[in-house]
Design a protein around this ligand. Structure first.
Ligand code: FCB
Length: 463
């Protein structure tokens, strides 16, 4: 199999996100985001920090200052598409349009121009989790007002850069930032409980639908879509009386993980038939015409997939009434994130998404793996022979192709990530990059997976 098996309109790229790579957290007028605050605040429990070894994104990969070299390297690797996110706090430091910050606006002009000079197409995510802290102080996504502020931001940014950006992503993984940030407290802003979770879900659904419509009307010739975290879910196998309970727990997990934010956007409403707890949203937070507001006729949907989950029934976990069986308990080998390597999962997810009538086109906007990369010096050259990552990407790609051959309209694939970066609560420990970053010196070293991707993109690598 080689690149041409995917056809010549299939797009290839790499993904990153502002907070994970930029650094320069308080430079040139940038405002504080919830991730700045979260990483700078000690955990409630003295023996456990919120973030692995108290790492933060203050400097990260220093991409804010080094984007020219990074894009040069991307060009040398023949990567034609770069998906990155804009930090809302560089554009509007306090989240509102009256705080407009020209230096931040100029930075993204320079970044986008630099992509274009290197023949790299900019693919822009509008929100990859870094909400302005000033908005969080007024409730963040639990506050309906936040969605209005998001629309102002989307309106401004899509007008500002519309002549140069052909593809926009409204959100990155709404399920993850609402669940980890507003229900479980593992990610910024660290809120917990259903009274935060339900309103944040609803306001994000509104922002997704209305944001999409604004972006489309400002950029009629661009492709507008959004991205979802997708996980193939299976029930725990059992011959006991619990078997049916595990199966229904698996349906609830699948609905929450994979369907909620997609179906509301497609105009199908909240999937209350499969996840009855969501009815609270209708009773408490839903206003007249919200169903229309949540709808958006996206040009594509972005699928992001890394692993699968096995679930079992439980009486103790509200909403889903089930638990995830940790991959470490059931698999011999996992990635550095503790995630199972399960290539067929991406095939099942692609088939599932393609089965929705209104899904027109799918891009895989993130896929990749963290492994413990070892640096070797051979003949004075640094070599990182990350065979496991190459195997991972090849096996997942084979499943993407399988789905495509069966008629799934999948038209693109982006690797997470271009370079190692700040992996949220896991800090800098997991390395996902095609390019190794030495955080002490900020030197970049292309891993063998990066060289493999290059020759694949040149049409030379078969697998
Ligand atoms: C996804 C996120 C991305 C990165 C990868 C590993 O859920 O979108 O920022 O953390 O996981």
């Amino acid at each position: 199999m080689n690149k041409m098996d995917f056809g010549n309109t299939f797009i290839w790229g790499v993904s990153t996100a502002a907070y994970q790579i930029e650094g320069a957290w308080n430079e040139d007028g940038k405002g504080e985001s919830i991730w700045d605050r979260f990483t700078h605040t000690k955990g409630i429990l003295p023996f456990r920090s919120r973030i692995y070894q108290n790492h933060n994104g203050d400097i990260a990969c220093d991409h804010y200052h080094r984007y020219r070299e990074d894009l040069q390297l991307m060009r040398e690797l023949h990567i034609p598409n770069y998906r990155f996110s804009i930090a809302w706090t560089r554009i509007f430091p306090d989240g509102t349009k009256k705080s407009k910050n020209q230096k931040g606006i100029d930075f993204y002009h320079r970044l986008i121009d630099c992509c274009l000079e290197n023949q790299i197409t900019p693919n822009v995510t509008l929100y990859h989790w870094d909400l302005p802290q000033a908005l969080e102080e007024q409730g963040g996504w639990t506050n309906r007002e936040t969605y209005q502020r998001f629309l102002d931001y989307v309106d401004f940014v899509t007008r500002e850069y519309r002549d140069k950006v052909p593809r926009w992503f409204i959100f990155n993984e709404p399920f993850v930032f609402t669940t980890l940030g507003y229900m479980l407290g593992i990610h910024a802003p660290g809120k917990m409980g259903l009274s935060n979770y339900y309103p944040s879900i609803h306001h994000v659904c509104l922002a997704q639908g209305e944001g999409g419509k604004i972006a489309k009307s400002n950029c009629p010739d661009a492709e507008i879509g959004t991205t979802f975290s997708c996980i193939h879910v299976e029930p725990k196998q059992s011959n006991s009386i619990f078997s049916d309970l595990h199966k229904s727990a698996a349906i609830r997990f699948d609905t929450l993980f994979n369907c909620l934010f997609l179906e509301t956007m497609l105009g199908l409403g909240y999937p209350i038939d499969r996840l009855p707890s969501l009815k609270v949203i209708l009773d408490k937070y839903f206003q007249q015409d919200d169903d229309k507001k949540m709808q958006f006729d996206a040009d594509f949907v972005g699928v992001q997939n890394y692993t699968r989950e096995i679930v079992e029934w439980s009486l103790f976990v509200p909403v889903v009434w089930g638990n995830i069986v940790p991959a470490k308990k059931r698999c011999e080998k996992t990635t550095e994130m503790g995630w199972e390597i399960y290539p067929e999962g991406i095939y099942h997810i692609l088939k599932k998404y393609a089965s929705y009538e209104k899904v027109k086109k799918i891009y895989v906007t993130e896929n990749g793996a963290a492994f413990r990369d070892e640096l070797e010096i051979k003949d004075g050259k640094v070599i990182i022979n990350d065979i496991a990552r190459i195997d991972f990407i090849q096996s997942y790609l084979a499943q993407v192709l399988r789905a495509k051959r069966e008629g799934v309209p999948v038209e693109g694939y982006f690797i997470w990530s271009f370079m190692d970066n700040f992996e949220w609560a896991e800090g800098y420990r997991p390395r996902f990059g095609l390019v190794y970053v030495d955080y002490q010196t900020q030197k970049r070293y292309v891993k063998n997976s990066g060289y493999w991707y290059k020759s694949f993109l040149e049409g030379n690598a078969e697998f």
